[in-house]
Design a protein around this ligand. Structure first.
Ligand code: HEC
Ligand code: HEC
Ligand code: HEC
Ligand code: HEC
Ligand code: HEC
Ligand code: HEC
Length: 349
């Protein structure tokens, strides 16, 4: 079970709330740095709560990023957002959070640990083993991000020589490109189903590291992966994953002239099914390039964002030939070596 460290030890060793000059009880950023923990009361104010968690994608109106009733009266931080992928260094303290992320960011950003993120206590993090700064990742000035702070940048519409296509139907439930999410929509108990009154929603603990509601394998979309994996809670498995198809019902911006589903090509058709992490950030929060696209071979992006194997993944020379517009890809935008596949050969540019 992977969970938040709800430590209780000798007097104040981990929990040192201080009474501020303004009369409010609040934990100091410095304590978060050296005595990292999370008690129930760091996230819940027992005097202010009432029943009710954030909505699920199937609920009427879809998801939002607001702080739900069970998070009322708890304090958090709102970053002053820099430019694309900038280090956030300035925060405003918020007494009664309006958005769920404002709670999480008081412990999962520069506000708590400066430029020294903690080690993953489970030792499962790639690279140097350190966790990352979620305020950098969810910055709405980034080129791409999951819509936790603000609605996303992708309109799920492509203009091609074959016409203009809207593929927002690939978003499941009541999600739209304008939706916002909470962290708990991905970080909850693995038994959480979305149905009210069953398993509690919230990042308390899960059998799936790191407190995920469903698996995120580096094989997700590959041959051995399952429709139950995390991404397919919100993105149609018949568009992107091992069950994807190639017809007008499964359009995606990763296509040739709007019609040839390249997600299907790479997940199903290639003799080696390619996982999402062959092309997308392995920490799928946000990224400095569009569509969470990370470079692998030639000049790879740093770990833990690039999570595929050495000398694999998106060729960074794509920067020379990659299209700016959805739906207008060609094999040679990414494949520099000759391939002869399903009637396509490179270069076809
Ligand atoms: C009071 C501080 C605090 C708050 C608030 C907090 N966390 Fe944490 N969180 C921690 C600590 C401490 C850990 C253990 C790892 C570490 O030291 O960073 C942790 C671990 C995690 C992990 C697992 C990381 C791993 O390596 O396994 C996730 C995911 C996570 N938190 C998500 C959240 C989310 C989502 C929120 C907001 C709803 C949140 N946290 C709020 C302190 C906090
Ligand atoms: C779209 C789903 C999704 C959302 C929304 C999301 N996460 Fe995550 N998060 C993940 C996945 C998947 C991983 C595992 C990445 C990996 O394997 O390295 C992860 C990893 C983490 C980790 C541990 C790894 C690290 O890089 O530090 C923390 C801490 C964390 N998330 C916190 C948060 C917080 C805080 C929020 C909201 C501000 C949030 N997450 C929102 C999917 C999500
Ligand atoms: C809780 C729902 C949810 C989950 C789970 C989820 N996503 Fe998303 N994702 C969304 C929504 C909503 C958008 C649309 C944002 C927009 O319009 O820019 C999105 C957008 C994206 C984008 C496009 C971003 C851009 O700016 O172009 C990518 C890539 C993506 N998701 C990959 C993933 C991967 C990989 C996973 C699994 C680790 C995953 N998502 C899990 C809800 C989710
Ligand atoms: C790291 C932050 C964090 C910690 C620590 C934490 N919670 Fe939560 N909890 C949440 C969040 C976030 C939600 C609501 C998720 C939402 O609305 O999306 C939640 C929801 C809940 C709910 C409502 C669940 C439901 O589905 O109705 C209960 C009850 C709860 N927490 C109890 C506790 C108890 C008891 C503890 C201590 C043992 C605790 N929590 C520790 C963040 C936390
Ligand atoms: C956005 C970039 C991109 C585009 C465009 C693209 N591919 Fe790929 N393709 C990849 C990546 C990344 C891999 C995985 C490479 C690896 O395993 O390291 C891959 C792998 C493959 C493989 C498997 C090769 C192997 O060694 O396992 C085949 C076959 C393939 N692509 C065919 C195509 C064809 C045909 C097209 C055009 C119709 C195409 N690709 C367009 C990025 C792309
Ligand atoms: C071989 C590379 C590759 C793989 C593997 C891959 N993607 Fe993508 N994906 C892309 C590219 C390139 C785009 C950008 C399309 C564009 O130009 O808008 C994209 C865009 C997306 C989008 C944005 C909406 C859309 O359809 O354009 C989502 C969501 C997404 N991918 C999810 C996934 C998921 C989930 C997986 C794994 C199941 C995955 N992708 C695997 C290359 C890939």
């Amino acid at each position: 079970m992977y969970g938040h460290p709800v430590k209780s030890t000798a007097a104040g060793a981990f929990h040192m709330p201080e009474r501020m000059g303004d009369g409010k009880v609040r934990e100091q950023a410095a304590n978060l740095g050296n005595n990292r923990h999370a008690q129930c009361t760091d996230c819940h104010n027992p005097h202010a709560v009432s029943a009710g968690v954030s909505p699920d994608i199937d609920d009427v109106g879809g998801t939002n990023n607001l702080a739900s009733n069970v998070l009322k009266g708890v304090w958090g931080v709102e970053p002053v957002w820099p430019g694309n992928w900038g280090q956030v260094i300035s925060f405003t303290e918020v007494d009664d959070i309006q958005y769920q992320y404002q709670l999480c960011l008081k412990c999962h950003s520069y506000y708590a640990f400066g430029t020294n993120p903690p080690m993953d206590p489970w030792g499962l993090m790639r690279g140097d083993g350190r966790l990352t700064d979620q305020s950098i990742e969810f910055n709405p000035n980034n080129e791409s991000y999951h819509p936790v702070v603000a609605p996303g940048k992708n309109d799920f519409i492509m203009s091609t020589t074959n016409g203009t296509f809207d593929y927002s139907g690939s978003l499941l439930g009541n999600l739209t490109p304008g939706s916002t999410l909470t962290c708990a929509d991905c970080h909850s108990d693995d038994a959480y189903t979305g149905a009210a009154g069953t398993v509690p929603k919230g990042p308390h603990g899960s059998n799936v590291w790191p407190i995920l509601r469903a698996p995120w394998n580096f094989d997700t979309s590959g041959s051995g992966s399952s429709q139950e994996d995390l991404c397919f809670k919100c993105h149609s498995p018949t568009t992107y994953g091992p069950d994807s198809v190639n017809d007008g019902t499964a359009r995606t911006g990763f296509s040739i002239d709007g019609t040839y589903n390249l997600h299907w090509v790479h997940s199903v058709v290639t003799f080696n099914s390619k996982p999402c992490v062959a092309c997308h950030a392995a920490v799928p929060h946000g990224w400095k390039r569009r569509a969470l696209l990370v470079f692998g071979r030639t000049a790879p992006d740093p770990s833990p964002y690039f999570g595929f194997g050495e000398n694999r993944g998106l060729d960074s020379r794509i920067a020379i030939g990659g299209p700016e517009k959805s739906g207008n890809w060609k094999c040679c935008n990414c494949h520099y070596y000759f391939i002869n596949f399903m009637g396509y050969t490179t270069p076809n540019c």
